[in-house]
Design a protein around this ligand. Structure first.
Ligand SMILES: Cc1cc2nc3c(=O)[nH]c(=O)nc-3n(C[C@H](O)[C@H](O)[C@H](O)COP(=O)(O)O)c2cc1C
Length: 128
């Protein structure tokens, strides 16, 4: 099964979680700012970000808008925040509207407990 991990992170929290998921998945996490589109199809795409004043970063939104259903078997979402899960909900809505399968299960880490969630994130990446 082929996997990829893509994320947008302004302050580093989502990056830490993305890297742990990627370690579990046996791949390298990459920022959507470094690779704006998937170069090849994957079975599972882990995609994550965070809310900033209630909205996801435009870079992440643009990535999700460009993603094609032919490029992914399914998307598994993850997010970090102060309390909100809206990045997951918004991405799910956008992707489903494009006929992209999105796993109901997602990974959440509170911004103050990032280090304490690294092992669970690694396990999350291993699972699929
Ligand atoms: C300018 C700013 C706005 C934020 N707005 C929200 C918000 O609306 N809701 C929330 O739950 N967290 C909010 N947060 C917390 C971030 O989502 C949280 O710190 C997240 O882990 C940041 O991810 P990153 O380190 O990958 O950039 C905000 C943080 C910043 C700096």
């Amino acid at each position: 099964m082929t996997k990829a991990v893509r994320y947008y992170s302004r302050l580093g929290n989502t990056k830490t979680i993305a890297e742990a998921i990627a370690e579990g998945a046996g791949v390298k996490a990459m920022s959507v700012t470094d690779e704006p589109e998937l170069s090849q199809r994957v079975d599972v795409l882990y995609l994550g970000g965070a809310p900033y004043a209630n909205i996801m970063a435009p870079e992440l939104k643009a990535y999700a808008e460009k993603l094609e259903s032919s490029k992914v078997g399914k998307v598994v979402l993850f997010t970090t925040s102060n309390w909100s899960r809206r990045t997951v909900l918004a991405l799910k809505k956008m992707l489903k509207a494009k006929n992209i399968r999105v796993s109901d299960e997602y990974f959440y880490a509170h911004r103050l407990h990032i280090k304490g969630r690294v092992d669970a994130a690694r396990e999350f990446g291993r699972k699929e």
